[in-house]
Design a protein around this ligand. Structure first.
Ligand SMILES: [Fe+2]
Length: 404
């Protein structure tokens, strides 16, 4: 759940989400689905997925079925505001009437950004931050985004094919913003294990950890619905049972399919009144400054930041340990809670993700720590609103310094 204060007795709202189709070969329905959405000319937003042939094949499916295409393939990891604006120019100047995004979170979020900018007559995407610009929230209520988007998902982690908003880097202010507006979610997510298995090993590991981060951050969130709890426990079980096998053998079909389910469950859980916290909140600051991979960054921060959260809700960590297969019988709540950290540490080790050491791993500069704590986490993010342990900016600074 986004854009909601955390009250003692909150009302839970679910976000509207589009249809989801998960299955082997489902990407081949892309032209049929475009026709159903009345798309005659599609802008394909993508990173290019070079070497896989995926973009070329989908372009061929669309054009051979009478749907014209334009391709914007300059999207990068942590999609930038200027990429969205460039893609918007292509959309506008070539008369597109729909978006087909192909890839992971960057491609999908860029596509969402294009639709938002077009609907709001070329307004700069960097002004559309739900957390930073209250005037945008008011204005965005007035106009529904009706341009359809179909997401062809090729990763198993970010959930952007179904998420409510778009995470875009505001390059001027060097923060990652979260854009929301009515009608922004995609019309349809095509989640296809046949494409997902083509990811490189390290991307499979990193994006898979992002799915887990959505699950555990929203499970320990202060304001979480019963929908969210149920979905996230299942997502955690699937990740703990499948991510290692998937990362090291993407042709393990069961592991691949189960990771597709896990990442989708986790994002639906977020949409059904869940929320992210400090790991995404501070991680987004690192990604905005140093272009670090989103999922890897969450992995690098997971243990130290959740250790800080642990005293606020050990019973939730104990429940998550059980979901990850730990036998907690006979243990106290705190002992069981500690087992969750043992599980995560082992998983990170198996995925070759190292905790902390932010200077060595990401090039963190001491001078940037305050920027991340104040401009990103407290100034630009929704992630601080339901984190189980309350923080102030000074505590964030100390935490980041301890991980330097
Ligand atoms: Fe994420």
């Amino acid at each position: 759940m986004i854009d909601k204060k955390v009250f003692e007795f909150p009302t839970y709202y679910t976000n509207p989400i589009g249809r989801i189709a998960i299955g082997w070969g489902v990407y081949q329905t892309v032209a049929t689905e475009c026709k159903a959405a009345n798309i005659k000319k599609a802008l394909i937003t993508t990173t290019g997925l070079k070497g896989t042939g995926i973009v070329e094949e989908i372009d061929e499916i669309l054009t051979s079925n009478g749907i014209s295409t334009e391709i914007y393939n300059k999207v990068t990891s942590n999609p930038k505001d200027y990429e969205v604006m460039e893609a918007y120019q292509v959309f506008k100047n070539t008369g597109c009437d729909g978006v087909v995004s192909i890839g992971g979170g960057s491609s999908h979020d860029c596509g969402k950004g294009v639709r938002a900018v077009f609907t709001y007559a070329g307004r700069d995407i960097s002004e559309m931050s739900a957390a930073r610009n209250p005037r945008w929230v008011e204005q965005s209520k007035s106009e529904l985004i009706t341009i359809p988007q179909i997401c062809v998902n090729t990763t198993a982690g970010t959930g952007a094919e179904t998420s409510a908003g778009a995470a875009i880097v505001n390059t001027k202010d060097k923060i990652k913003i979260y854009v929301t507006a009515p009608g922004l979610p995609s019309r349809l997510a095509l989640i296809d294990p046949l494409l997902v298995r083509l990811m490189p090993q390290h991307i499979a590991a990193w994006t898979g950890f992002d799915a887990l981060a959505h699950a555990f951050e929203s499970f320990v969130h202060k304001s979480r619905s019963e929908y969210n709890k149920a979905l996230q426990l299942r997502a955690m079980k699937l990740v703990s049972e499948n991510l290692r096998e998937f990362a090291y053998n993407r042709n393990n079909h069961d592991a691949c399919e189960n990771m597709c389910w896990a990442e989708s469950l986790a994002v639906v859980g977020l949409n059904f009144a869940g929320g992210i916290g400090i790991v995404h909140g501070l991680g987004d600051g690192l990604s905005a400054l140093y272009d670090t991979h989103h999922g890897r960054t969450n992995g690098v921060l997971a243990i130290p930041l959740e250790r800080y959260n642990e005293p606020a809700c050990p019973e939730k960590f104990a429940e998550m340990a059980q979901a990850m297969g730990v036998d907690t019988r006979g243990l106290t709540t705190v002992q069981a809670s500690d087992k969750w950290f043992v599980e995560i540490e082992r998983l990170l080790q198996d995925l070759d993700i190292r905790s902390g050491h932010l200077n060595e791993q990401f090039g963190l500069k001491r001078d940037d720590i305050e920027h991340i704590a104040t401009k990103q986490y407290y100034g630009g993010s929704l992630a601080n609103r339901g984190n189980p342990r309350e923080y102030n900016a000074n505590e964030c600074i100390k935490l980041l310094e301890s991980l330097y």
